[in-house]
Design a protein around this ligand. Structure first.
Ligand SMILES: [Zn+2]
Length: 259
């Protein structure tokens, strides 16, 4: 009897999550209202220098993200303003659950997104079921020389992202690039680089019709890098050197706004 009640409760919760996930995906990229984005800082290595960086995060530190999105949206005829209302949430004292090792498996990613939501309700007091509200956990690390940070993720299911970022003033602009890239994943955009981290031609190129083609000057944000030669690419220094290409734009429903 007790077991049956438990299973019924669990299934009802899953049904609520499934319906709300569907509504979230449906509403998040209809561009009819501004989207809320809350960025929760987390101290990823418990160093006092990382904490000092988190304490120094200014209210306007993430404004470049909205500026970038709005100026790119303009090119696709989307003129509603503001597009995003970006806020810094309270610092969370716990680390988000680690992503699954086997990320090709859809089920393990779904389970991870459920774990993230459960973690969210325990540490931020919300289950994150509201539509048009994206939550991104920004885990700051001091970082080691020549050692890349763990991967960052943006999940459309659950409107949740986990970004690994550097706790350094010098990296603030590049952190904004990573946050924007993951935000775009949440909105439905797909990666445009290959297994060697090289932008895929033509959709991963900011200017695929440029002559000569290489070196490029800008990065397509979902490719994340500026191709310099056929085998080399560099990380852009700020969002000023990034663009949203037409493939990414159509993935996030930026089509049909031109009259
Ligand atoms: Zn990506």
């Amino acid at each position: 009897m007790f077991k049956k009640i438990r299973i019924t409760i669990l299934l009802s919760i899953l049904a609520v999550v499934a319906v709300s996930t569907y509504l979230q995906i449906y509403h998040v990229s209809d561009w009819k209202k501004p989207l809320f984005v809350t960025l929760y800082p987390i101290n990823g290595d418990n160093l006092s220098s990382t904490q000092e960086y988190i304490n120094s995060i200014a209210a306007d530190q993430f404004h470049d993200i909205n500026r970038f999105m709005e100026s790119e949206a303009q090119a696709y005829g989307l003129t509603r303003r503001p597009l995003f209302l970006i806020a810094t949430g309270k610092q969370l004292e716990s680390q988000p659950p680690a992503p699954p090792k086997q990320q090709q498996k859809k089920l393990s990613m779904i389970l991870w997104s459920l774990k993230l939501r459960y973690w969210l309700i325990r540490h931020a007091g919300t289950f994150g079921l509201d539509t048009r509200h994206i939550r991104i956990f920004v885990v700051y690390h001091k970082g080691e020389k020549d050692k890349a940070l763990e991967h960052s993720y943006g999940l459309q299911k659950g409107l949740i992202g986990v970004v690994n970022a550097y706790a350094s003033e010098k990296q603030t602009q590049q952190n904004n690039i990573v946050i924007t890239h993951e935000l775009l994943h949440v909105l439905g955009a797909k990666d445009k680089y290959n297994t060697n981290s090289m932008p895929v031609f033509p959709e991963g190129y900011a200017e695929p019709e440029k002559i000569p083609l290489l070196p490029q000057e800008y990065a397509e944000i979902m490719a994340g890098r500026i191709p310099e030669t056929a085998f080399q690419s560099i990380m852009p220094s700020s969002l000023d050197l990034c663009v949203i290409g037409p493939t990414t734009a159509s993935e996030i429903n930026w089509s049909g706004f031109h009259k």
